[in-house]
Design a binder for this molecule. Structure first.
Ligand code: B12
Ligand code: SF4
Length: 514
């Protein structure tokens, strides 16, 4: 069958759609993937000429799949509406994380929705279409009856327990296309920018209230042997070697497992041994302070891990009370102490979340104090809270009338929109602004752009008191920060994207080094 898969992700890695393509190809289908990657300014939607090109590429398909995140859902809806308006008579299924956590909303725009893991469901639906059978009872699907309009909501099937049964994500780029400068053109190796985002497992046992795993764990409660599943080291190494052979320009792997350090020590040891011997290429990963140990970090660094991202998110109190994240300040400091031993080989980035309307001013000030205690150097990434539909925090905020407009608007912003978030949420504006200004390289003498003596002055109780009482200075500073945010979005990012791959690879190496 001729199949077109469309990804709205802003970076054309998208392991989800590539794995869906992998299983369809393995079953003998002819699959094209179109990456309609677009601006990270999520208020932007496609031009008519772009939609027309997409339509032309899809009109001969016998089946279409589209995926989106919450942030790119308006773009997926735009495509679906355009196809409907132009009477494209091809069965279309909408899948991915947003379709999974907001099916009640998504089903208004499409006749078939895939909730949860899609590999087995998509095979069933394609088979049923080929055999002209009904798709109404296929697990994971929500299906609208075209005549009656009635929606059948099927339950999800159990999670795939042995991930190694899956084929590799599809990187046969000769059948892939990408949107660039208003044109859909053939995918090139350079579009990967010398890196691959890579998931070596699926699922997270925690359920932080701002995260989609919160809902995924609910969805699969009692419907799986285990939530957290890992590919074996052999599978991962084979997959990586495959990609390394295919793409000469590949410079590193970005292992994006929600918490790679959750893997037991023995598995990390096996992975690191094999990776070092067979792949021997730089890689990055994400860890969680609760599951770090001296041995794990030593093995990772020794195997070529050059960058680690650590999720702090909130102070102990905020993590416990607002994010339901069982992580203490001493877990964070302990992780910092271990990681700091490798400061000559390892770039460490700490992620925090701020601009949360449920936080009190003292919480933000406490976060600043916690950051001051973490061993330096490190790189600080400050992200502003986005309420993603389906997450526990979103549900809580939805009930809170005063948060309603912030809720709707914040899904259109990204984590980095500093002044937009602060002006929208209008809570703890002054300390949140200071925390945002601390972003970047942290050394013993400075936090981002702020030398220590200025930071200490700005957070002294008198300064905080007077700037909170009279917010004029905060507003002025926000105009300046807004200008910087605009320059980054409109100038720096497009310039960076147009740079040659060698520059991107070099810049990535030095970017987070302090
Ligand atoms: C790697 C990653 C990234 C990478 C790369 C993304 C990419 N384009 O490849 C980077 C760092 C660039 C990134 C960026 C962002 N990310 Co991100 N990212 C992830 C991460 C860790 C893994 C994604 C992945 O590959 N999953 C593995 C695949 C196999 O799972 P999957 O995509 O869900 O696909 C399965 C099903 O959903 C379904 N399916 C998927 N597509 C389709 C299509 C069809 C037709 C069908 C039938 C089924 C189907 O079947 C698949 C296989 O079972 C996830 C968390 C996670 N564990 O999933 C967050 C996650 C996707 N990211 C998230 C966010 C918020 C972002 C950002 C918006 C952050 C920001 N504000 O900038 C950006 C923007 C991304 C964008 N617009 O493209 C959220 C999305 C929440 C939401 N409700 O939308 C997630 C879920 C994290 C979280 N825990 O909340 N991200
Ligand atoms: S630990 Fe990370 S991936 Fe897991 S639920 Fe919390 S935020 Fe989500």
């Amino acid at each position: 069958m001729k199949i077109v898969l469309i990804s709205t992700a802003t970076f054309p890695s998208d392991q989800g759609i590539r794995t869906i393509s992998g299983v369809l190809k393995k079953a003998g289908h002819d699959v094209k993937i179109i990456f309609i990657a677009y601006s990270e300014d999520y208020s932007k939607v496609y031009h008519l000429s772009e939609l027309n090109q997409l339509y032309r590429m899809c009109k001969d398909a016998e089946f279409i799949g589209i995926s989106s995140y919450a942030s790119t859902a308006p773009r997926a809806i735009q495509v679906l509406d355009f196809f409907k308006k132009n009477e494209l008579e091809v069965p279309i299924v909408w899948g991915g994380v947003h379709a999974t956590i907001s099916p009640e909303d998504c089903i208004n725009y499409v006749d078939i929705l895939c909730v949860g893991e899609g590999e087995e469901a998509v095979l069933d639906v394609v088979k049923a279409i080929e055999e002209k059978k009904s798709i109404k009872k296929i697990k994971n699907l929500w299906v609208r009856d075209k005549k009656t309009g009635k929606i059948t909501k099927n339950p999800v099937r159990p999670l795939i327990d042995n991930l190694d049964t899956l084929p590799f994500a599809d990187y046969e780029i000769q059948n892939h296309f990408i949107l660039e400068n208003h044109n859909l053109r053939r995918f090139k190796e350079e579009d990967l920018s010398g890196q691959i985002f890579f998931l070596t497992g699926r699922g997270c046992p925690y359920g932080c209230t701002y995260c989609s795993n919160n809902l995924l764990n609910e969805l699969y409660k009692g419907k799986c042997k285990r939530i957290v599943r890992w590919h074996t080291p052999d599978y991962i190494i084979e997959c990586i070697l495959n990609l390394k052979r295919k793409f000469n320009s590949l410079n590193f792997f970005d292992i994006r497992d929600d918490t790679f350090s959750l893997r037991p020590l023995e598995q990390i040891r096996e992975f690191c041994d094999k990776y070092k011997k067979k792949v021997n290429m730089r890689f990055k990963c994400l860890v969680d302070p609760r599951t770090i140990s001296e041995e794990k970090i030593k093995l990772l660094v020794d195997a070529g891990c050059t960058d680690i991202i650590v999720g702090i998110q909130g102070t102990e109190k905020v993590n416990k009370e607002i994010y339901k994240r069982n992580e203490t300040d001493s877990d964070v400091l302990n992780a910092g102490r271990i990681l700091n031993k490798y400061k000559n080989k390892l770039a460490v980035m700490y992620d925090v979340i701020t601009c949360n309307p449920y936080e009190e001013m003292q919480d933000v000030l406490d976060m600043i104090q916690l950051l001051k205690k973490i061993p330096k150097p490190y790189y600080l990434s400050v992200n502003n809270l986005v309420f993603f539909p389906g997450s526990g925090l979103y549900e809580r905020a939805k009930k809170d009338i005063s948060l309603k407009s912030q809720l709707e608007l914040s899904s259109k912003l990204n984590y980095w929109d500093r002044s937009k978030h602060i002006l929208l949420k209008k809570k703890n504006m002054y300390p949140v602004l200071i925390l945002n200004l601390m972003r970047g390289s942290v050394t013993n003498s400075r936090f981002g752009l702020l030398p220590n003596f200025i930071l200490n002055f700005l957070i002294s109780p008198e300064r905080v008191y007077s700037n909170v009482k009279n917010p004029l200075l905060t507003y002025f500073a926000l105009i300046f920060v807004g200008g910087m945010d605009l320059i980054r979005e409109k100038i720096i990012k497009p310039v960076y994207r147009s740079m040659p791959i060698n520059f991107k690879v070099w810049y990535d190496k030095i970017r987070y080094r302090v």
